[in-house]
Write a protein that binds this ligand. Structure first.
Ligand code: NZQ
Ligand code: ZN
Length: 383
């Protein structure tokens, strides 16, 4: 096991009826900016619950944070925060609204073009306090310091992670997920599954508890997947899904283990250049990446295959094939496509993507062995 330091300051408030606790979780002397997306919270009653809980607070609203939140939209909120002397941000929505709110929090405290914070996260030295009411289990943004922001003008999508941008608290009421469209449930299952893989499917590191914890989340998702796509109104099932998504990316399973994140890095480029949903890109990239990197990942693939899929028969190579196919079939079983061609996309962006990684000088993967040439091979396998 590698050395590690673990600290997660987010207070997690989980369960039925918990949105009402906003009334006491935020001091009444705070000037709040409530951020949200395109209106789903008005249709499903979450907006009314939040406004009711905050009826004795000063609240300014900022609506319209889009999926894959953009710098161009968020910068408008930065101006409002400064003009109105806001000192607390409350994100009500999915990962995009929470990420966008983290960016606003850090941008307000930065003197310079806030896009710098995506290029060099060490420039985040301060941020306004923020909290969240989560409506979509997927990203883990409700209990981590990460944000992924897009820039429309340049078709870029970059991430930062900072200890300054963890939510002070996050409220998770599984009942708010009942209104999710199937497409977002599918996205949430696949994103959560692949978050676990990015921290687990690397090479053995003698981290027995972390491995079992990761396998427990993966098995929970394979057990729940089709059921929650068919019916997203079962409280116990949605509770288990919501909790899985949070602990998949709040630091619990990454303690002392190697991490990959190449699927995410390549996926962000496909979103930036083609507008595909985040999880859609992951389901396309990961099976191809595993096929290209199968030798480096073999020991962990075999462990995962045995413990999550009960694949124990055949030669090692046959088992690796079966394990990757089982994973891809799982994504398909919850309604996810796994090839670029199924979205009408060919190889038109591959030169740009490989060029970007070459220019940035990034070497991806747990061994930093995924070179630009390997990225091209992985992309070719996505067609
Ligand atoms: O905008 P509204 O009207 O609210 O509708 C949203 C949006 O259209 C809708 N929605 C959310 N909750 C709902 C609902 N509809 C009905 N009922 C509800 N309860 O769902 C749509 C998608 O929302 P979005 O927030 O974009 O989805 P998600 O949570 O999957 O977030 C994706 C973003 O998070 C980033 C992704 O790159 C992407 O930009 N990620 C953030 C991470 C992090 N902070 O740690 C890690 C992830 O790997 C990921 O990269
Ligand atoms: Zn993700």
């Amino acid at each position: 096991m590698n050395n590690f330091v673990f600290q997660n300051p987010t207070r997690l408030i989980f369960g039925k009826g918990t949105i009402a606790t906003l009334a006491t979780e935020i001091p009444t002397d705070k000037k709040i900016l409530m951020t949200y997306g395109g209106g789903s919270i008005k249709a499903n009653g979450v907006y009314d619950q939040v406004k009711d809980a905050l009826k004795n607070h000063f609240v300014v609203e900022f609506a319209g944070i889009e999926p894959n939140p953009t710098y161009e939209t968020l910068i408008k909120a930065v101006d409002i925060v400064k003009e109105q002397k806001i000192d607390f941000l409350l994100a009500v929505g999915g990962g995009s609204v929470i990420d966008g709110t983290k960016f606003i929090a850090a941008a307000v405290a930065y003197n310079g073009d806030p896009w710098d914070l995506l290029v060099d996260q060490d420039k985040i030295v301060d941020a306004l306090p923020l909290a969240s009411v989560l409506t979509l289990p997927a990203t883990g943004s409700e209990m981590n310091g990460n944000a992924v922001i897009s820039k429309k003008t340049t078709h870029e999508k970059l991430a930062f992670g900072s200890s300054k941008t963890y939510p002070v608290f996050s409220i998770l009421d599984p009942e708010v997920t009942y209104s999710l469209p199937k497409r977002q449930i599918t996205n949430g299952i696949v994103d959560t599954f692949i978050h676990v893989c990015e921290q687990y499917l690397t090479f053995p590191s003698q981290a027995m508890v972390q491995d079992r914890f990761a396998e427990g989340i993966l098995s929970t998702l394979t057990e729940l997947g089709e059921k929650i796509v068919d019916d997203s109104t079962n409280y116990n099932q949605m509770s288990n899904f919501m909790y899985s998504a949070t602990i998949a990316l709040n630091g619990f399973i990454s303690m002392g283990v190697p991490q990959d994140w190449a699927t995410h890095s390549i996926g962000h480029e496909l979103t930036a250049l083609h507008g595909l949903d985040h999880a859609v890109t992951l389901a396309i990239v990961q099976p191809s990446l595993w096929r290209v990197m199968r030798d480096e990942k073999k020991a962990k693939l075999l462990q995962y295959g045995e413990r999550v899929w009960n694949i124990t028969q055949g030669t090692e190579e046959e088992r690796v094939d079966a394990i990757i196919n089982a994973t891809e079939n799982f994504y398909r079983s919850v309604g996810m496509k796994t090839k670029l061609s199924e979205h009408g996309i060919g190889n038109e962006s591959f030169d740009t993507i490989v060029g970007r990684f070459t220019q940035r000088g990034w070497m991806l993967g747990e061994n930093r062995s995924i070179t630009p040439d390997k990225i091209r091979e992985i992309l070719n396998g996505c067609l």
